[in-house]
Design a protein around this ligand. Sequence first.
Ligand SMILES: *Cc1c(COP(=O)(O)O)cnc(C)c1O
Length: 221
Amino acid sequence: MALQEILARMRAAEALAGRAAGSAQLIAVSKVQPDARVRAVLLEGHRLFGENYVQEAAGKWPGFRAEFDAPPGSLRVHMIGPLQTNKAKQAMDVFDAIHTVDRASLAEKLAKLAQARGACPELFVQVNTGFEPQKAGVLPDALDDFIATCRKMDLGLAGLMCIPPEAEDSAPHFAMLAGMAARNGLTGLSMGMSGDFEAAIAAGATHVRVGSALFGARAYT
Ligand SMILES: *Cc1c(COP(=O)(O)O)cnc(C)c1O
């Protein structure tokens, strides 16, 4: 699907939900996509991207930033994959936001690094809304305590993120995430992917993460 078509579908979903145009942002998920496809989307003017791997992003984005980050700060890259604590420092150098804060040890590390550098990427707490044992994320019943812990560390939080179970209807998970964000005073909602971004926008998503619908299927090598 072309970039313009996805943006048009997003604007339609916003209108249908009675939301302001542009209140949901498109994160173009460029993990493992060939540089040529990413460049094509940059050339169309898109400036917000998502990556899953610190190493891959560290190799790919400095060059694209040098070429496309005008005016400075307009090009943003968000980390949407699991983050190892020992990669937190590098992640802070590479990313403008991290959507996968999911444990106290990582929060502590990020808080220390943020204090040392006097700046911090935007942070989202990943929530395991489906209670899936193999999936990352704070469990819903532990979330309020986790958020309080982050706040005690002076870690500013932008919002919540979820990846609903593959075999289930996403809508109840999106609604659950929106409710948890509201009750914790958080406005950011990172939810919705290629197959369900319109449902996510209907439920209040501020960031949808769309990969394959935009770039085509990923070829893992
Ligand atoms: C890969 C990925 C996406 C994009 O998935 P598509 O189905 O290709 O749109 C979104 N969110 C996360 C966390 C991902 O890892």
